[in-house]
Design a protein. Structure first.
Length: 102
């Protein structure tokens, strides 16, 4: 059985950041295509957890999606919820978005 590398592969994106801001300690922005986002730090602050926990969930989701194996528990819930809501895009790893000045 081949062991997976702890480093996630990056998907290069041709999407620039239109605007970034930190409001009340929450990091967020809007991509050039109009999609709003929270950074991992912003999402962690909103959820009241450490950023590392958000990164762990992100990495676990990307691995589950890549191999098509959703373990019982939170990944099954997250996967079912996203599919029910029509989400079908390939996961994007953290740190893949370019850092552009607004």
């Amino acid at each position: 059985m081949e062991k997976r590398s702890p480093l996630m592969t990056s998907i290069p994106l041709d999407i620039d950041i239109k605007q970034e801001a930190t409001i009340n300690g929450i990091e967020m922005g809007v991509l050039e295509n109009g999609i709003p986002y929270l950074t991992q730090n912003g999402l962690a602050n909103v959820c009241g957890v450490q950023r590392l926990r958000i990164k762990e969930i992100t990495d676990e989701w990307a691995e589950s999606y890549e191999f098509g194996i959703f373990k019982k528990g939170k990944m099954t819930f997250i996967g079912s919820y996203l599919l029910k809501e029509g989400f079908s895009q390939t996961p994007v790893c953290s740190g893949c978005l370019p850092r552009s000045a607004p």
